[in-house]
Design a protein around this ligand. Structure first.
Ligand SMILES: [Zn+2]
Length: 490
C-alpha cells in the first residue's frame, strides 16, 4: 500500500504543475496541446530515475562499459532535435535484454541487451529508437490519453490486488512498477514506428547502417523464442519481453531503414567487441541464479529446488515464482536475533494476518517452522503456507506460497518438497557455481558452430544459445577469422 501512496503522490505533483499550453513537438515539428510541459517531463524523469535504478538492480558496475554507452548515446542525441539538452544514459545490471526511456532524457539499456548485440550499430539502433520516444514526446502523449479518460483503469491495472496482485506485478518482470514507466510502457504501434523512423534518422546522421535496427530486432526475437522454448512454453506466444513491450516487426523496421536510403553505413564490430569482452553474462553469482532446476546462491551459501512448472523471477529484494494454475511463491531473507520464536515468525510474517496453524520443522538439519492458514487475495479467499528456516546464527529465510481458493493435495506436496529442499552449501560446494562471462574468440580453421558451442559454460541449449548470441540462423556456418562470443565460467 505504501507503493500506492507513492504513486498517487507523484501523480498529484504532476497534475499540480500541468497546464494545457500547446507546445511544438521537437521531432515532428507539429504543434500539439499536451498537459505535460517539457519542464514537468524533466521533473518526472529526475524523480523516477532512482526508482528505476532500485527496481532494475542498479547501474552495472563497469566504468568502461558505462563510459562507452554514454559516449555513444551522446553522439546520437547530438544529431537529434534535442541536441542542446542533457541526457542521462544508464546500463542497468540485469541479464534480461531490455531498453526504455523516461521523459526528460533518461535512457536505459540492460547489460543483457549489450551481450545480445553484435556490433556498435545494433546498440546505436536501440539507443536511437529510445531517443526517438523522448524527442517525439510519446510519454506526454500517453499521459494525456490517460488523463483524458482512462486514468482510473490505468491505476487499477498497475496496482492489481494487495498481496497476490503485488507479487503478480513483480512477476511482470520489467513491466511497470513506477508511475512514469507505466506511461512509457505499452506504446502504440504508431508510436513505435515513429520511434523507428526517428531512430533511423539519427543512425544515418551519425554514420551508422540503419539496417542494424532490423538485425538486432531479429536477434531479440530469436532470444525471446529460445527463452520460451527453454521454459517449455509456446514459442509463438509473446511474454513480458522487450519484444512484447515494443510492438514492432522486422518487416516494418526494414521498411523504415530502407526509406532512409542510408544503408551501408558503419557497423563497427571491432570496437564493440573490445568493450563487451569479459562482461558478466546471465545472472550475477552475487545475486543467485537458477541452475539445474535449483535456485542457487553461492555467496549466501544455500540452494533450493524450484517447484516443477514454476517460472522464476530473481529480483534484488526477493525471488518470485508462479505457475500457470495461479500458485505464487515469494522467497526472501532477513536478519533475526538468535533465540527468536520461529513458529511465531512463520505465523505472523505476512502483513496484517496471523496464520491459524504453526509448528516447528527441521529442514535439512536447520531450525525452521511452517505455518498454514487462509488469507484474502485480491479480496477473495485464498490459502497461504509460510516456512522460515535459519541459516548460520541470525539469518532467516522465508518461503511464502499463495493460491486463490487453496492448494490441492498435489500442490501441497510440491510446495513442501521445495521447502524441504532448502540446503546450506559449504564453501567448496558454493565454489562450483562461479557465474559466467562473455569471451570474444576468433574462429579457427577447424572450428564449427558445434565445436565452439560445446565450449560454452551453460546448462544445455548450447548450440541454440551460441546461434542466438552471435546472430546466426539455424543453418548459418562460421568462417575462419570471424570473431564470435562465447559464454565461459568466471
Ligand atoms: Zn519503442
Amino acid at each position: 500500500m505504501s507503493w500506492f501512496r507513492r504513486l498517487a503522490a507523484s501523480l498529484a505533483i504532476v497534475m499540480a504543475v500541468a497546464s494545457c499550453t500547446p507546445t511544438v513537438n521537437p521531432a515532428t515539428g507539429i504543434r500539439e496541446a499536451t498537459l505535460l510541459t517539457p519542464a514537468a517531463e524533466a521533473r518526472i524523469g529526475a524523480q523516477e530515475h532512482p526508482r528505476v535504478l532500485a527496481q532494475f538492480g542498479g547501474a552495472y558496475d563497469n566504468p568502461r562499459v558505462a563510459r562507452y554507452v554514454t559516449d555513444l548515446g551522446n553522439r546520437l542525441k547530438n544529431v537529434s532535435e534535442m541536441a542542446d539538452q542533457t541526457f542521462t544514459f544508464t546500463v542497468l545490471d540485469t541479464p534480461i535484454p531490455n531498453a526504455f526511456a523516461l521523459p526528460g532524457g533518461f535512457v536505459y539499456v540492460t547489460r543483457g541487451l549489450l551481450t545480445l548485440a553484435n556490433d556498435e550499430a545494433e546498440l546505436a539502433g536501440v539507443i536511437a529508437h529510445e531517443i526517438g520516444h523522448i524527442t517525439a514526446r510519446h510519454a506526454a502523449q500517453r499521459y494525456d490519453r490517460a488523463v483524458a479518460g482512462q486514468i482510473g483503469a490505468t491505476l487499477a491495472t498497475i496496482l492489481g490486488g494487495v498481496l497476490l496482485g503485488d507479487a503478480g506485478a513483480q512477476l511482470g518482470q520489467q513491466a511497470g512498477g513506477t508511475a512514469a514507466m507505466a506511461w512509457v510502457q505499452g506504446f502504440s504501434r504508431e508510436q513505435e514506428f515513429e520511434a523507428d523512423l526517428l531512430g533511423v534518422r539519427y543512425l544515418s546522421r551519425a554514420g551508422y547502417d540503419p539496417m542494424a535496427m532490423a538485425t538486432f530486432l531479429e536477434s531479440l526475437q530469436a532470444q525471446d523464442r529460445l527463452q520460451r522454448l527453454q521454459a517449455g512454453r509456446d514459442p509463438h506466444q509473446e511474454t513480458f519481453s522487450m519484444y512484447a513491450s515494443h510492438p514492432r516487426t522486422v518487416d516494418r523496421v526494414v521498411r523504415a531503414a530502407a526509406a532512409a536510403d542510408g544503408a551501408g553505413g558503419r557497423r563497427d564490430q571491432g570496437a564493440y567487441f573490445a568493450v563487451i569482452d569479459g562482461m558478466r553474462f546471465g545472472d550475477d553469482p552475487r545475486e543467485g541464479f537458477v541452475r539445474d532446476g535449483a535456485f542457487v546462491h553461492p555467496e549466501l551459501r544455500f540452494r533450493w529446488r524450484v517447484p516443477a512448472g514454476f517460472e522464476i523471477n530473481n529480483r534484488p529484494e526477493a525471488v518470485y515464482g508462479r505457475d500457470r494454475s495461479g500458485m505464487a511463491m515469494i522467497f526472501d531473507g532477513r536478519r533475526l536475533p538468535t533465540g527468536a520464536d520461529l513458529v511465531r515468525e512463520a505465523r505472523t510474517s505476512l502483513p496484517g494476518v496471523t496464520l491459524a496453524e504453526g509448528q516447528p520443522r527441521r529442514i535439512n538439519g536447520q531450525d525452521g517452522a511452517i505455518a498454514f492458514g487462509s488469507v484474502a487475495l485480491d479480496n477473495r479467499p485464498g490459502e497461504a503456507v509460510v516456512a522460515v528456516v535459519r541459516h548460520g546464527g541470525d539469518q532467516l529465510y522465508r518461503f511464502v506460497f499463495l493460491k486463490p481458493g487453496g492448494f490441492n493435495a498435489a500442490e501441497r506436496q510440491r510446495l513442501l518438497a521445495t521447502i524441504d529442499s532448502f540446503q546450506v552449501l559449504s564453501a567448496a560446494e558454493a565454489a562450483r557455481f562461479p557465474g559466467t562471462r562473455l569471451r570474444i574468440v576468433t574462429v579457427g580453421a577447424g572450428d564449427s558452430v558445434q565445436s565452439l558451442a560445446n565450449r560454452m559454460a551453460i546448462d544445455g541449449w548450447r548450440e541454440e544459445t551460441f546461434r542466438v548470441l552471435n546472430g546466426l540462423g539455424p543453418t548459418d556456418r562460421l568462417q575462419p577469422g570471424q570473431r564470435v562470443k562465447l559464454v565461459v565460467a568466471g
